[in-house]
Design a protein around this ligand. Structure first.
Ligand code: C2E
Ligand code: CA
Ligand code: CA
Length: 638
């Protein structure tokens, strides 16, 4: 018997472990369904009652019968409630309705028997007065049948919803089944020693651990599906029914980050919860089965039939719904939604989300409406973007990108001291496509890093071949996009490329545009510092065009600034333009930076720049960007 206590105490320990898990992620336990919470409570109760009854059964005295009976009844009540609740929870998890007759009926019967059966006909056990031992009654076999009913219900539901449950949960279920079978066998061999408490505790603990840490499909904040849960639920829905008339809708809070910053994270969370309720409501009232989830920090998604989707959208995107509850909040919250109407043969959930996302993006830049579907103009635009992407992919492999060089001159001696590498796309029909037409697209899809490294490689190859031929080389600056900085191996890739050609690092200047300097400053500083430490000169392009925090210069490893050509456009007829340019130049000088002025087109501008004593000049007045083959011949300006 001592043996059996150990098991029960072990059971309690396991439950405690699972509670600690839940404590570590309180958001998740809060959002656990009421059924799962009840299961946890019942399993704790079960373990306590199991110990108490085992102790009471030891006394075997007629005097303690009544109290023993009462505790045993409690014990049996919990014992029968437990699998029922667990089954209910499982049905809820799969979005399935319980079969009221079989399951509820058998629970009711068992509860009745547990309460009264013992009194009238020693249903569960009786005390053999000769041996003073307890003997099993018919109730034990009834319990067994009742358990089997629960197990079959769960099994049937699991087979039906195999797709939604996924591998992990099915394995969990299988593991629970196996330990339950072991328990039954154990009980048959050693009837006096119970490990049922341990088995129940283990099952609950495993479930909690799997749902809390391993297979998290629920969003902690809102209790809706998270991205993984949503995709799983969509997959199941699509697999089980005809999706004709359905739409995938993505909804986003407008400027969530700003909202958080201005009104605090707590209000941000409130807004998310409100939107979550709205989304949930729309899913619940849908005629056909719909699923929803929070698939990103500020983004929700619904897969629903489109009859109601328009009302759904207008409901969830009405600005004033959210404004009212927060008095004192001076921030108008609004939502945007983009939708995609499913077509015959659509199966890829990611691409549905992509389409809806594209419509959403489109709508967020549009002031007239806050709802749009992936149709007509939007679809056309997206298809264009995709075709450019495809062309770029081919262009990289077909080497259609050419590197042009625009010389940079010393403003006093007119000697060529440097050059900027500018990419040109010469397509298969020999037409030149300007960077402005494809760079923004490549920045969006991340291809830009590949292209920038390709340009760097070409530049290094050129410099190396000139050097091998005895031609004098000048440092060349290579443009890097803001997006490149996010690339985890960008520093290593740059170093490896330059080292591959055995060139000194000072020959390659890293040119990053000023607008990039505002984004994620610490990451940018980190990347630039590493490159600077490696001996690459760092240049800030389009200086003065952005809205940089001037204060940041003290932390920036910048060597050269390139003054934006916009300033020159302004000076010719404008006194004020001159003042601005002069003060920008003055500041750069005081910070000890070298200066390049770009976009110099006229003699007049050139004279003016010379007066300002800026070291270097780049512009059409001296030379336009040229194919690299003719670059070695253009040594001096004009
Ligand atoms: P940017 O880096 O500011 O490059 C200077 C742009 O000004 C170039 O345009 C150049 O041809 C043009 N330019 C030079 N002198 C003059 C002048 O006197 N007057 C006028 N009006 N324009 C002048 P381009 O080559 O069309 O490049 C446009 C932008 O595309 C570049 O602006 C840069 O941001 C981007 N870009 C070009 N090549 C690359 C590249 O390899 N990688 C990345 N990430 N971006 C690149
Ligand atoms: Ca540049
Ligand atoms: Ca520039």
């Amino acid at each position: 018997m001592v043996f059996s206590y150990q098991f029960d105490i072990a059971g309690i320990m396991v439950i405690l472990t699972s509670l600690i898990c839940a404590w570590i992620r309180p958001g998740l336990i809060k959002n656990f369904s009421i059924y799962l919470k009840l299961i946890i409570v019942l399993s704790i109760l079960y373990n306590i009652l199991d110990i108490v009854t085992s102790v009471l059964l030891q006394f075997k005295k007629p005097g303690t019968w009544l109290i023993t009976y009462i505790f045993l009844i409690l014990y049996f009540l919990v014992l029968f409630m437990f699998p029922y609740r667990a089954t209910l929870y499982f049905y809820e998890l799969c979005g399935e309705k319980i079969n009221p007759l079989i399951l509820r009926g058998s629970l009711a019967l068992m509860l009745l028997l547990a309460t009264f059966g013992q009194f009238f006909f020693n249903f569960f056990f009786k005390l053999d007065r000769n041996t003073m031992e307890y003997i099993h009654g018919a109730g034990f076999y009834a319990t067994f049948i009742y358990y089997l009913i629960c197990v079959f219900s769960v099994g049937d539901c699991a087979i039906k919803h195999k797709r939604y449950l996924g591998k992990l949960r099915l394995r969990l279920l299988l593991a629970i089944l196996v330990i339950t079978i072991i328990n039954v066998i154990y009980q048959l061999i050693l009837p006096e020693q119970s490990i049922t408490g341990l088995v129940i505790a283990l099952s609950v603990a495993m479930t909690v651990v799997v749902f809390c840490f391993v297979d998290v499909t629920v969003d902690e904040l809102t209790g809706l599906n998270n991205r993984a849960g949503f995709i799983r639920a969509c997959d199941e829905l699509m697999h089980n029914q005809d999706m004709h008339g359905y739409s995938m809708i993505k909804i986003q809070v407008y400027h969530m980050q700003e909202l958080n910053e201005r009104t605090g994270m707590e209000n941000g969370d409130k807004v998310l919860l409100m939107l979550a309720n709205n989304v949930k409501y729309c899913t619940d009232i849908a005629k056909k089965k719909s699923v929803c989830g929070r698939i990103g920090g500020d983004t929700f998604a619904i897969l629903t039939d489109s009859e109601i989707s328009i009302t759904t959208l207008s409901k969830t995107t009405e600005t004033d719904i959210v404004q009212n509850p927060f008095t004192g909040m001076d921030y108008a919250v609004s939502f945007y939604a983009g939708g995609y109407r499913l077509e015959e043969g659509d199966t890829d959930i990611d691409s549905m989300l992509d389409h809806a996302g594209y419509a959403l993006k489109w709508v967020s830049g549009n002031f007239k409406t806050n709802v749009a579907f992936y149709e007509d103009e939007i679809r056309h635009e997206d298809e264009h973007r995709k075709s450019v992407e495809q062309k770029v992919r081919n262009a990289i492999s077909d080497r259609e990108f050419k590197v042009y060089l625009q010389p940079i001159y010393n403003s006093m001696t007119r000697e060529r001291v440097s050059a900027e590498a500018l990419v040109r796309w010469i397509d298969s029909r020999n037409q030149m496509i300007n960077p402005a037409d494809f760079i923004p697209i490549l920045e969006k899809n991340g291809f830009i890093t590949e292209l920038d490294l390709y340009v760097l490689d070409e530049v290094c190859r050129m410099l190396k071949s000139w050097r091998d031929k005895g031609i004098e080389v000048v440092p060349v600056s290579v443009n890097f996009s803001r997006v490149d900085v996010d690339h985890p191996s960008i520093v290593d890739d740059i170093i490896a490329t330059v080292d591959k050609y055995g060139l000194e690092h000072s020959l390659i200047k890293i040119e990053l545009t000023e607008s990039a300097f505002n984004d994620n400053m610490s990451l940018i500083i980190n990347v630039l510092q590493k490159l600077h430490d490696q001996g690459f000169p760092i240049m800030m392009d389009d200086f003065g065009s952005g809205y940089s925090n001037l204060n940041m210069f003290k932390d920036m490893p910048v060597d050269i600034v390139k003054i934006d050509m916009y300033f020159l456009r302004n000076i010719e007829n404008s006194e004020k333009g001159m003042i601005v340019l002069e003060s920008v130049v003055h500041m750069a000088k005081r910070l000890g930076l070298q200066i390049v002025v770009e976009g110099v087109e006229t003699q007049q501008q050139y004279d003016y720049i010379r007066k300002l004593r800026c070291e270097m000049i780049q512009g059409y007045y001296f030379a336009k960007p040229m194919p690299s083959e003719i670059f070695p011949d253009q040594v001096t300006a004009g």
